[in-house]
Structures are given as structure tokens and as C-alpha cells.
Design a protein around this ligand. Structure first.
Ligand code: AMP
Ligand code: MG
Length: 495
């Protein structure tokens, strides 16, 4: 629990709200007030995220700010609402979802003119809550906080986490837990499902209004262009392809790639049963509720395309079907180009030569065969020396001959571009993270937070996640593979 400071100026008292989404007609949302959280305490604040809103650390630790996080007080200019959307959940269309526990507060313009929409997650019932309680548990808010800040530090587009209010208010999942509210930030919280809902309802005028809003706000380069909708769709498709290529490159598994969890601006959103690949296994399923493995690691790129097809279908009232198909046809190229670029960088290759794809895929097959830790292997690969035994790498494989054979090809490939070991190492360490949010680290962290009710930015886990590419010898233990007890951790949708 953080001590609060007394701060005369209320948060956002000098900020400008310009709530563009709230200016859409009421068909797109329901106005709703957050439900105050009982006896809230300040669990954590990301000063990095706060800086995006020109908020100083003192303001974020004031009583008023806690009131805001807990849903007890809203700054003048906020227009709270729950967004309407539908979505394909595990392949099945659900005609109405909507924010059942998230409340959009409004859109802030910062001093640089950048815009951020603020959303409280776990802020109480909305007209879309159905039979659920409108709350989120501390465990899931802390996981989202950690992972979204970690993804940002990895250079992957994501929502950001500003802060968490906790409470002893009980929330019942598989077992009783306690409630927390997360404030998250994004330029837009619009999802593919925000379009699908109006396609299913045969309301093309709403599809047009929403597309116009998103284009004006997030793809302004296309506004007024006669092909604006088509160009917008192409950008979304290619942005999604690039996002997923980046996930694959760091071994991130989202866990629930339903179309209501696909951002219209290509962000990683809605962190649930996500995980970072440890022992490399293309078929890895991080969500134990995903019986069929629909959202396994190797399926993510295909699901990304499938989801884009659902979006394109929802846009057919604005774009003719042939053009939608042409736009979808660009996904594969965008994905493969982005993924190959990541892999080349991970291997420390500057040029693109014939045989690179095979060199990379043979390596991945070897990692899969041995269940080698994905993050540790690529990080260690920067120490590779063409004429040495490379014992640190070789010892990660049982089949040493196979490694030696691959190492010989890799050495020859490095030679082909006259690669310099020192310079290569620096480049590789900027793309192969040393630290990722391993499930066992998240779990141990949550147990600690559950006890001391205080998420410190100075905590070593946050420190390493905020600088994932930097060697931090004092925190070496956070780069370790999972201990045996942690191999059985399973993460479900319950949040
Ligand atoms: P998810 O379970 O995250 O896939 O969400 C599916 C739908 O259920 C969305 O409309 C969510 O807003 C809603 N939802 C999930 N959890 C809750 C909850 N605890 N209270 C109210 N609505 C929820
Ligand atoms: Mg959700």
C-alpha cells in the first residue's frame, strides 16, 4: 500500500478532454458511471505511463487520484461509457459482448498534442455485464500491468497501464480473491468486434460512422481519399500481420485471439491467459481453457488472418468484396516480410541471402526437438564464435552433432557477410531480450503483491522488464529458466 500525498490540484485539472468516441451517436455505447470500490488503496502507479499524460508522480499518489482509479471521482470533462462490440469467440460468433467491466472515461490531449483514451477495467457493472460481476481480480490486473509495460519495453505496440487501485472487496472466481481496478491507456480501444456488431445487425450506417471516426482519428492520411475505406482496411491488415510477427519473434502467446480482442490500431490488448514461450514448442498452448489449441503459438499468424477476414466481412458494406479479398491477400506478405526481418535480426544477419529461411527454420526445429528455452538460446546466440566450440549453446542440445552441423552453416553464413563479432553482439542484444515475463516470475510476484498490497516500480522484476535488453547482472536470477515446480503452472481465462 503506497502512502498518499496531499496534492492541492486535482488530477487532470489542467488537461483538455476531447472525447471523440463519446461524440458518436448513442448506438455505439451506453453511458455508465463507475461503481466505487470499497476502501481502496493505491496498489501501484507507472510513472512512465503517467508521463504520457503529463502527470507528475505526486499527483498520481494523491487521494484524488486514488479516488479516480477506484471509480469514486471523475475529472471534469470525463464522459464515462461502456463500448458496444460483438466478436468471434473461439470461432463462434457472439452477437453482443461490449465492455462488461471496462469503462472508457474520455480522451486526453497531452502537451505534445498526443491523445490517450483512459479506461478503467474492473470498475463495476455495465449494461453489457450479463451475469458477471463487473469486477477484476488483483491477480489479473497485476498480470496485465506487468505484461503491457513489458511489451512496451520490448518495442511491441500495446495498451499501457497507468495504475491500479486495490481493495479487500471479495471477488469470487475459482476461489475467493480480492478486487482491483486497472487504469489503462491507448490511443483507441476500438476492436474488430466493434464493427462486427453492426454488420450482424445490418446497420451499414453505423459501420460507416465508426469507420469514419477511426480513419479520422487514427488513419488521418486516408481521410477524404476516395479509397479511404480500402486503404484503412489494408493498413489494419498489415498492422495486424506486423504485430503478430513481433509476438512470434519474442515468443509471446496471447491466449485468446478472439475478434473482440483485436485492436483496430494494431495494439496488443486484453491480457488474459498470455504467456511467453519457454521451452520452444510451436504447438504450445498457453491458455488451459483452449482445448483445441486454436490459439497455439504456431496458429497465431493464421488466426490473425482469420480475424482480419472477419473485419473485412464487416466492412463489405463500404468496400466491395473483391477489394476486401485483395486487401486480405496482403496479410501473408506483410507477415512473412516482418517475421523474416525479425528472424534475421535475431540471428544477427544484416543482409538477406538465399538459404536464410532454411537456416532459421532448421534452428527452430532443433530448438523444438530439444525443448530449448527460446529466450535464453537467442540471447546466448550473440556469444557465438565461428571458430569456437560454443559450449554454452551446444550444451542446450542433447544432440550435439546436430548443433555442430547447424553451427557450421551459421558460421559460414556469418562469414558470407563478413560479420564482425563485437558489432553483431551489440545488434543481437538489442533484439533478443534477456528478460521476459515468465509465468513463474509473474506468479511469485503476484503472491508477494497479495501479501504486501504494494507494487513498487523499484521492484527488480519491473526493473528488468522495463530494460529487457540490458544486462543487469545483479538481477541475473530473473533470466533463469522456470524451476521444476513452475512447469505445471496453467493459466486460464478466469480474471
Ligand atoms: P472475456 O472473458 O474477456 O473474453 O470477455 C467476454 C465478455 O465478458 C466481454 O463482454 C467482457 O467485458 C465480459 N466480462 C468478462 N469478465 C467480466 C466480469 N467480471 N464482469 C462483467 N463482464 C465481464
Ligand atoms: Mg475482456
Amino acid at each position: 500500500m503506497h502512502a498518499l500525498v496531499t496534492e492541492p490540484a486535482a488530477p487532470f485539472s489542467t488537461h483538455r478532454f476531447d472525447n471523440r468516441f463519446a461524440r458518436l451517436p448513442p448506438a455505439f455505447y451506453r453511458r455508465v458511471q463507475p461503481t466505487p470500490l470499497a476502501d481502496p488503496y493505491l496498489l501501484g502507479i507507472s510513472d512512465d505511463a503517467a508521463a504520457l499524460l503529463d502527470l507528475d508522480p505526486a499527483t498520481c499518489r494523491s487521494e484524488k487520484f486514488l479516488d479516480l482509479l477506484a471509480g469514486n471521482w471523475l475529472p471534469p470533462g470525463a464522459e464515462p461509457l461502456a463500448m458496444l462490440y460483438a466478436g468471434h469467440q473461439f470461432g463462434t460468433f457472439v452477437p453482443q459482448l461490449g465492455d462488461g467491466r471496462a469503462i472508457l472515461l474520455g480522451e486526453i490531449v497531452n502537451q505534445k498534442g498526443e491523445r490517450w483514451t483512459l479506461q478503467l477495467k474492473g470498475a463495476g457493472l455495465t449494461p453489457f455485464s450479463r451475469t458477471a460481476d463487473g469486477r477484476a481480480v488483483l491477480r489479473s490486473t497485476v498480470r496485465e500491468y506487468l505484461c503491457s509495460e513489458a511489451m512496451h519495453a520490448l518495442g511491441i505496440p500495446t495498451t499501457r497501464a497507468l495504475g491500479i487501485a486495490g481493495s479487500d472487496e471479495p471477488v469470487y472466481r475459482e476461489t475467493p480473491e480480492t478486487a482491483a481496478v486497472l487504469m489503462r491507456l491507448a490511443p483507441s480501444h476500438v476492436r474488430f468486434g466493434s464493427f462486427e456488431v453492426f454488420y450482424a445487425r445490418r446497420q451499414p450506417e453505423c459501420i460507416k460512422l465508426l469507420a469514419d471516426h477511426v480513419i479520422e482519428a487514427h488513419y488521418p492520411q486516408h481521410a477524404g481519399n476516395p479509397d479511404a475505406y480500402e486503404k484503412f482496411l489494408i493498413d489494419v491488415i498489415e498492422g495486424t500481420a506486423r504485430l503478430i510477427a513481433h509476438w512470434q519473434a519474442v515468443g509471446f502467446c496471447h491466449g485468446v485471439m478472439n475478434t473482440d480482442k483485436m485492436s483496430i490500431i494494431g495494439l496488443t490488448i486484453d491480457y488474459g491467459p498470455f504467456g511467453f514461450m519457454e521451452a520452444f514448442n510451436p504447438g504450445h498452448i498457453c491458455n488451459h481453457s483452449d482445448d483445441q489449441g486454436r490459439y497455439s503459438y504456431e496458429n497465431q499468424p493464421y488466426i490473425g488472418l482469420w480475424n482480419c477476414a472477419r473485419l473485412a466481412q464487416a466492412l463489405t458494406p463500404l468496400i466491395d468484396a473483391e477489394k476486401c479479398n485483395a486487401a486480405l491477400a496482403r496479410y501473408e506478405g506483410a507477415y512473412l516480410t516482418a517475421y523474416a526481418t525479425h528472424l534475421r535480426a535475431k540471428l544477427g544477419l544484416r543482409e538477406s541471402l538465399d538459404g536464410d529461411d532454411a537456416l532459421a527454420s532448421d534452428l527452430l526445429a532443433m530448438l523444438a526437438e530439444h525443448g530449448t528455452d527460446y529466450t535464453i538460446f537467442f540471447r546466448t546466440l550473440s556469444t557465438f564464435e565461428p571458430d569456437a566450440s560454443n559450449a554454452a549453446l551446444r550444451d542446450m542440445m542433447v544432440n550435439r552433432e546436430a548443433f555442430n552441423a547447424w553451427a557450421e552453416r551459421y558460421a559460414a553464413r556469418l562469414q558470407a557477410e563478413s560479420s564482425n563479432a563485437v558489432e553483431r553482439r551489440v545488434r543481437m542484444n538489442c533484439v533478443n531480450p534477456k528478460y521476459v515475463l515468465r509465468n513463474y516470475l509473474a506468479q511469485a510476484f503476484i503472491e508477494k503483491i497479495n501479501k504486501n498490497k504494494c507494487l513498487q516500480e523499484s521492484d527488480p522484476l519491473l526493473a528488468v522488464l522495463r530494460r529487457p535488453f540490458d544486462e543487469q547482472p545483479e538481477f541475473e536470477v530473473y533470466a533463469a529458466p522456470p524451476p521444476d515446480w513452475a512447469k505445471s503452472i496453467s493459466v486460464s481465462c478466469s480474471s
